[in-house]
Design a protein around this ligand. Structure first.
Ligand code: PHE
Length: 341
């Protein structure tokens, strides 16, 4: 029996050396020390031994069992340590590596222009008004003194929903809305989208953005209009930018003008950007027509006013030297990334 126990210890040690994962270790434990294990089998044979040998063999068998148990326990610890080492090695993080750069969003160039325009007019005491993109024929045309046969009313120029509603073709209906709800003094700007049935090309888009301005009070003159817009142009385009007021015609202003500014590119010498003229048109303006004031319930004998309207995309293109309006709407990252600050 002693021999058998010796044999068991030897083979067990060999087997144990080959074990390298927990389940195999458990299997080996059951095989040797379990209820029907190798060792139990041997102990069962003790009954056949002579009486005096039994205690000695029993003690020896217990020693062997203890030794096996101890070996298994230490192997279990070894496997556990190995598992932990492997886990630590796998999850190791090099905290000295440089961090990943987070891609931050940034404003669109038209937004940059819009914000700056708002800042400039805010500094002059203008308040921001809002109006709907879907407005009425009355607000968009009738109130603005536009004759029934005016070409801009044409189906090929204006998107109509029906006889009453349309997509506004300019932000001027916000003038009307403001004068309807508020009596003078009025000093407001409004920025929003407008729609015209134009084909998309380098300088036209069926959807574009306008900034409208309106001042109504007692004693407002063309001088106020000129002073305000000249100051605006200098703040937005630089102190040495000159503005030229060129007579024009709008149904809702009288007199009316268009404002040209010195071409920022050639400084007035004439270049491709300004088609050789040295100047670029940036807005339309004029003294609010008395008819418009009266339509909105404002006494045109007592009050006068001026108004202006400019295209945000146009101003953006001039400020950033963008030669095609489509870049502003396509959201191509190669374009918009250039405005990250
Ligand atoms: N609404 C005009 C346009 O769309 C611009 C404008 C606004 C002109 C206010 C005069 C006064 O062209």
């Amino acid at each position: 029996m002693k021999e058998q126990l010796k044999e068991i210890q030897v083979t067990f040690s060999q087997r144990l050396r080959e074990v390298n994962e927990m389940q195999a270790l458990e299997n080996l434990r059951v095989e040797y020390l379990g209820k029907t294990g190798v060792l139990k089998e041997i102990l069962r044979g003790m009954g056949k031994l002579p009486k005096e040998e039994r205690p000695v063999m029993g003690a020896h068998a217990n020693e062997v069992r203890d030794a096996l148990e101890e070996a298994i326990e230490s192997k279990r610890q070894e496997l556990k340590d190995r598992q932990l080492d492997a886990k630590i090695a796998k999850e190791w993080i090099d905290i000295t590596l440089p961090g990943k750069k987070i891609q931050m969003g940034h404003p669109h160039p038209s937004t940059l222009t819009t914000r700056q325009i708002i800042d400039v007019f805010h500094s002059m005491g203008f308040v921001l008004e809002d109006g709907p993109e879907i407005d009425t024929v009355a607000n968009n045309f009738d109130a603005l003194n536009s004759p029934p046969d005016h070409p801009s009313r044409d189906l090929s120029d204006t998107f109509y929903f029906d006889e009453v509603n349309l997509l506004r073709t300019h932000t001027s209906p916000v003038q009307v809305r403001t004068m309807m709800k508020q009596k003078p003094p009025i000093r407001m700007i409004s920025i929003g989208r407008c729609f015209r049935n134009d084909a998309l090309d380098a300088t036209h888009s069926p959807m574009f953005t306008q900034c409208e301005g309106l001042v109504v009070d007692e004693g407002i003159t063309m001088g106020d209009l000129k002073g305000t817009l000249e100051q605006f142009v200098k703040l937005l385009f630089g102190a040495d930018t000159k503005s030229v007021f060129r007579p024009h015609n709008f149904p809702f202003t009288e007199p009316s003008a268009e404002v040209d500014i010195t071409c920022f590119k050639c400084k007035g010498a004439g270049c491709r950007f300004c088609s050789g003229s040295g100047a670029i048109e940036i807005l339309g303006c004029g003294m609010v027509h008395p008819q418009v004031l009266e339509y909105c319930g404002i006494d045109s004998e007592r009050y006068t006013g001026f108004a202006f309207g400019m295209g945000i995309e146009r101003v953006t293109m001039l400020r950033y030297e963008i030669d095609d309006i489509r870049y502003l709407f396509e959201n191509d990252q190669r374009f918009s990334r250039q405005f990250r600050r």
